[in-house]
Design a protein around this ligand. Structure first.
Ligand SMILES: [Zn+2]
Length: 84
């Protein structure tokens, strides 16, 4: 199992922060409630790893990226938010 870095779902739940998910295929994005994600996966799941459990509802792509959706940060299309 990959040792993912970054915040975990349980941390976001404690901060009442949702998860923003982007499709790299078509640019579709959604904001997902952490409570819904916790119903399907463990609270120790890294937010970045949630992407691997998702597929795009619009184009079906599995090339998804996820990050915490902190209030006030907004959604910036194409914003580079990690360096891997
Ligand atoms: Zn898509």
């Amino acid at each position: 199992m990959v040792n993912e870095t970054g915040p975990r779902l349980a941390e976001l739940a404690g901060q009442d922060v949702p998860v923003a998910a982007w499709c790299l295929g078509c640019g579709h994005h959604r904001v997902l409630a952490v409570g819904d994600l916790l119903a399907r996966m463990d609270g120790r799941t890294a937010v970045a790893a949630v992407a691997r459990r998702l597929s795009c509802s619009r184009c079906g792509s599995r090339a998804i990226e996820t990050r915490p959706h902190y209030a006030g940060l907004g959604v910036v299309a194409g914003h580079r938010w990690h360096e891997e």
